[in-house]
Design a protein around this ligand. Structure first.
Ligand SMILES: Cc1cc2nc3c(=O)[nH]c(=O)nc-3n(C[C@H](O)[C@H](O)[C@H](O)COP(=O)(O)O)c2cc1C
Length: 160
């Protein structure tokens, strides 16, 4: 069974809601899901990323388009690891009243791309919390594409 990690940070609960919707979609499809909210104490756990076939990463955006403080070390750590064979999807919440809407989602997507992971091009960027049809469809689309990429990927560590 494919092992999925939903790894996310959320201060006021909006990104948490998106994470839960993604979890519901993927549970129905029979994946084994580990869901973890990132805190400063989790920094060392980043080295466990290799154990998963797929990672769905969620973040809100802070200050002027910046990463939340608690994932800065995570971001730096990704520069040093190789996630070849791992499927990654990125999602997050922001607020369209800010100039750099959901910019942390773009920053994390780029950072995962340079780990050589298979990063899904479609990202989910939600204005505050997921509610309208279009947003719910965008979340389902990420779950669909993530599942598709996982099914077609080789098992992690397979040398072929
Ligand atoms: C001080 C501050 C700065 C923010 N800066 C941005 C920003 O630059 N871009 C953006 O899209 N959202 C920005 N936001 C909005 C948050 O990302 C948004 O409220 C989000 O829903 C919070 O997610 P959470 O509930 O998962 O913590 C900012 C919020 C605060 C309080």
């Amino acid at each position: 069974m494919k092992q999925i990690l939903i790894h996310y940070t959320s201060e006021t609960g909006n990104t948490d809601q998106i994470a839960n919707l993604l979890k519901q979609h993927l549970e129905k499809r029979g994946f084994a899901i580990t869901m973890k909210q990132i805190g400063l104490e989790d920094i060392v756990n980043i080295s466990e990323l290799h154990q998963f076939d797929g990672i769905l990463f969620g973040t809100y955006t802070y200050f002027d388009g910046e990463l939340p403080f608690e994932i800065e070390v995570y971001y730096d750590f990704l520069e040093e690891i190789d996630l070849t064979g791992t499927v990654v999807g990125v999602f997050g919440s922001g607020d369209t009243s800010y100039a750099l809407f959901c910019h942390a989602v773009d920053l994390m997507k780029k950072q995962f791309e340079q780990t050589h992971a298979t990063v899904i091009n479609h990202t989910v960027k939600v204005d505050l919390y997921p509610e309208d049809e279009e947003t719910l469809a965008a979340i389902k689309k990420l779950a669909d594409q993530f599942e598709d990429a996982l099914i077609h990927s080789l098992p992690v560590g397979n040398p072929c």
